[in-house]
Design a protein around this ligand. Structure first.
Ligand code: ARG
Ligand code: ZN
Length: 876
């Protein structure tokens, strides 16, 4: 067992930097294995720092070549250098230039942090602490400075040279095969936003005219030969830029904006100033290679990174504890953008599904942490669903609590007062206190308290008095390090629904938008003049990230499904009925008659809604996922029983819906050319769901239709959906389809990723052998994060029965991979291991196997800080 104590960084220990950096000049001479970096930083003491502190710069696996002060070589006896730090005690007590030369090997950099080479392209990833892998620096977000970068490389190897800011000059290096480019970024920024790119790239671009009439050259760079797949990303970028002007009054601020797609990338993308670098999965799209879901993902990640230019870059974070300041807010902004560009209810429901599938389990497990964590040992492990998705919900709640006008005004105040600074959550909330005149100190507790509040609601109708009373209580279970919880401020958006629609709300505790604010452990409100007994519709539009218990019978829930004016609660009503049935089935009840009754209602719903709103219909007909059921049951989970219950529920649904399935499926057949817009995608999503339902109950028919759909498909959405349906039907047709698909796309790694993932989630015992074979595919590479995620990520996160096998072989598969991968890419390893977050919820024998697998990883020598942190917390 590894016992060395990795240092813990604490929010309460924050101190300003002892030094300022006035400016930095970087000279980077790119070479596949011997890149040279000469950094000249202009330094002075920070009056707010410790006046006698030595100059201590951060490094990580650095090779130091020389140190100069004011151009004079410093003798090695006058500094202490290790790969992790450079400490200088003798320097002038005034502004001075420090010049440091380091040597890097981008090809050997498999951690994909700092400067590395991806498929022949030089690129960087500096967030959170990657810049220190390029040169010694004050690598902390509150040290902001102006960067000038000279990039040099072989003309053939890297004809394109990109940096932050605006291009200054470029030219050839005389008497050599090399050339250079100089970039200057006038906006002071922290080191984590630094980036360079060098490579042989294609691009698409255009001129964007900003709201004040300035021209900006915007471009998307991709690997040679893939230029025809960059148009959608460019289009999404242009729409994002326009939206931020119109919605938040935010204009772009440089002369150029470049996006570069690379094939080896740890995360989704990175918002480096003026030079966003992307995982190519979130850039490249053609109708033949990308699904509707991929297009939607590209649109939202392009928007997300672009929006960071204001929420993240112009205003950055004081320290990494404030990560949600930029991430929660920027996710909120990208969600609003997608909702404006597409169907708002469909986007909202999809976002809520993601939150519940990823953040709720996190909040309920060993890795639970507040949106603003109080401490960390490895910051990379806090780029979580809690910081991002729950963080976005907190911003949304804030808007609900103070109203849209005060929210917009508060954003303006925030932009005006914090521009150019490294800010905190307090700065952010302060802007909204100012705009709304409200005290937000109680609301602020959401940022410090982990766990999902559980709200119990009870309704009582008094027919004589014509009043309706709602009783609320809130409870939050303990989380690691937080044994007791306080009541939070919870906006409850609500309505009273009857078969004639919404009743007017006559209650002094509810504002004009139908919002009641619950801020105590329990509270009650009473509505007057309630003419008939209504069904309460609470937490409309998911007005708070909470779990809700409300005793409504199926009849009441069906009233909501049909008559609620709130689309989220219509959808939720069907989900609630289905989840209850599933839980009872897992407990051994036979609910056939009730499922049939529920399915008949869904049949009626489908007949009424399918034509006018296919996307929403598809969401309602999609039964709760395995993770929804796990959360509902809580502990002693039997994955096989959950899988079986879901299968039975879907079969009954399918047989009750059978009169409409095939006709509706046929009527939704594609005509005309492919378009990724939301309306077209909505039709395809319903059609593909119908195919899945057909196959549930009649695998022969399903197989036939799926094969025909593969033959006739004009786009990847249809093609892949049909393959997914086939993947659940064991037999030759499936195996042949897999083989065919694998051959056809053998040179398309992003398409193969779908194929890898689809096979890795087959809920059959033989999947382990299949995974073994997949990893022998020439397209598979353990060094590529997308490949590893496609095979092992999909298996661990989405193959419930096989990852949690009673024989423990699923856990062992992931542990074996983790032990190997940790030496190559710790960040990806740690991320995959979060799949163990629910091990204590599994029943008997599974827990012992999971614990043994985790302990086996923990016992490895030289485990990375990333992996060891996740494993230790999971075992605690
Ligand atoms: N700031 C990026 C985004 O959300 C994420 C980069 C995180 N990278 C990392 N290595 N932790 O847009
Ligand atoms: Zn982000």
């Amino acid at each position: 067992m590894k016992t060395d104590t990795t240092p813990i960084v604490r929010l309460e220990d924050y101190r300003p930097s002892d030094f300022h950096i006035e400016k930095v000049h970087l000279d980077i001479s790119l070479h596949p294995t011997e890149t040279r970096v000469i950094s000249t930083i202009t330094l002075l003491r920070n009056p707010a720092g410790n006046p006698s502190a030595p100059l201590a710069l951060d490094g990580d696996e650095l090779v130091l070549k020389s140190v100069k002060i004011e151009g004079e070589e410093v003798s090695p006896s006058d500094y202490e250098a290790t790969p992790q730090s450079l400490v200088i005690r003798k320097f002038p007590e005034r502004v001075f230039d420090l010049t440091i030369e380091t040597a890097l090997n981008p090809t050997a950099n498999t951690k994909l942090m700092g400067l590395y080479r991806s498929n022949g392209i030089y690129c960087t990833q500096c967030e959170a602490e990657g810049f220190r892998r390029i040169t010694y620096f004050l690598d902390r977000p509150d040290v902001m400075t102006v960067y000038t970068t000279r990039l040099e490389a072989d003309r053939n190897d890297a004809p394109v040279l990109l940096g932050n800011g605006n291009p200054n000059e470029r030219g050839d290096v005389p008497d050599s095969n090399r050339h250079y480019a100089i970039w200057h970024d006038p906006f002071p920024k922290p080191a984590y936003l630094f980036a360079v790119v060098g490579g042989n790239l294609d691009h698409v671009g255009k001129t964007f005219k900003t709201m004040s009439g300035r021209d900006v050259d915007i471009a998307v760079y991709v690997e040679k030969g893939k230029g025809d797949r960059a148009d959608y990303a460019l289009d999404a970028l242009e729409r994002s830029m326009r939206w931020d002007e119109q919605t938040f009054g935010r204009e772009y601020d440089l002369e150029v904006f470049n996006v570069v797609a690379v094939s080896d990338f740890n995360m989704g993308a990175m918002e480096n100033k003026g030079l966003n670098i992307f995982n190519d999965k979130y850039v490249l799209a053609s109708s033949e290679t990308a699904t509707d879901g991929d297009y939607a993902g590209i649109e939202s990640v392009i928007a997300h990174e672009y929006f960071h230019n204001w929420t993240g870059n112009r205003i950055t974070c004081r320290d990494w504890f404030q990560l949600c300041l930029k991430e929660g807010l920027t996710v909120f902004r990208d969600q609003e953008f997608s909702a404006d560009e597409r169907s708002r209810p469909v986007c909202r429901i999809s976002d809520i599904k993601t939150l519940r599938a990823r953040q709720f389990p996190e909040d309920a497990g060993p890795l639970a942490h507040p949106v603003r964590p109080p401490q960390y040992s490895e910051i990379n492990n806090f780029y979580t669903a809690t910081v991002y998705e729950k963080g976005a919900e907190l911003v949304r709640m804030l808007k609900t609590l103070i109203g849209a006008d005060a929210f917009r005004k508060g954003m303006d105040i925030y932009f005006d007062s914090c521009d150019g600074t490294a800010a905190t959550m307090e700065d952010f909330l302060g802007a909204f206190e100012q705009s709304s005149g409200k005290d937000l100190s109680h609301f602020a507790k959401w940022y410090g308290q982990a766990g999902t509040p559980h709200i119990t609601v009870k309704g009582h109708y008094d027919a004589t008095a014509k009043t309706y009373k709602l009783d609320f209580t809130q409870v939050t279970q303990p989380t690691p390090g937080q044994p007791s919880k306080e009541p939070l401020v919870i906006p409850v958006s609500l309505g009273l629904v009857t078969s004639k629609g919404d009743l007017p709300l006559d209650c002094s505790s509810v504002n004009e938008n139908g919002v009641f604010v619950l801020d105590k452990a329990s509270d009650s409100i009473v509505f007057s003049n309630v003419s008939e007994e209504p069904v309460p519709s609470v937490f409309r539009n998911f007005s708070a990230p909470v779990k809700v218990s409300l005793e409504l019978d199926s009849k009441d829930l069906l009233t909501l499904l049909v008559h609620d004016s709130d689309p989220f609660n219509r959808w939720q009503a069907a989900q609630t009925i289905a989840t209850r049935l599933l839980v009872r089935m897992v407990n051994g009840e036979d609910c056939k008659a009730e499922i049939e009754a529920f399915a008949s209602s869904l049949l009626e719903f489908t007949n009424e809604t399918a034509a006018s709103d296919p996307a929403f219909t598809a969401l309602v007909l999609t039964m709760p996922g395995e993770s929804d059921i796990i959360q509902e049951i809580g502990s002693d989970i039997d994955p096989d029983a959950i899988f079986k219950s879901r299968t039975i529920l879907k079969r009954i649904l399918s047989s009750v819906l059978s009169p409409v399935l095939v006709p509706l499926y046929n009527s939704l057949a594609n005509t005309g050319p492919y378009s990724p817009d939301a309306a077209s995608a909505g039709k395809r999503s319903l059609r593909n769901l119908l195919l899945d339902l057909i196959a549930c109950n009649n695998s022969a028919e399903g197989e036939k239709l799926a094969q025909a759909q593969i033959q006739s498909a004009t786009n990847m959405t249809e093609h892949f959906a049909a393959l997914s349906v086939l993947s659940h039907i064991p037999g030759n047709a499936r195996e042949n389809a897999f083989t065919e698909f694998g051959k056809r796309y053998s040179n398309e790694p992003l398409v193969l990723d779908k194929w890898f993932a689809l096979q890795a989630v087959i809920p059959e015992e033989s999947v382990l052998g299949r995974i073994e074979r997949l990893t022998q595919n020439p397209a598979y590479a353990i060094s590529n994060p997308n490949r590893v995620r496609a095979v092992y990520g999909a298996f661990a996160m989405s193959n419930l029965t096989q990852f949690n096998r009673a024989d423990g072989k699923g856990y062992d598969l992931l542990a074996d991979l983790a032990i190997k991968l940790d030496k190559i890419n710790p960040q990806i390893t740690a991320r995959l291991l979060t799949a163990f977050g629910s091990w204590r919820r599994m029943n008997g024998v599974r827990q012992a196997h999971a614990e043994a697998a985790l302990k086996r990883i923990a016992a490895q020598p030289d485990l990375s800080r990333d992996t060891s942190d996740i494993v230790q917390r999971s075992l605690a």
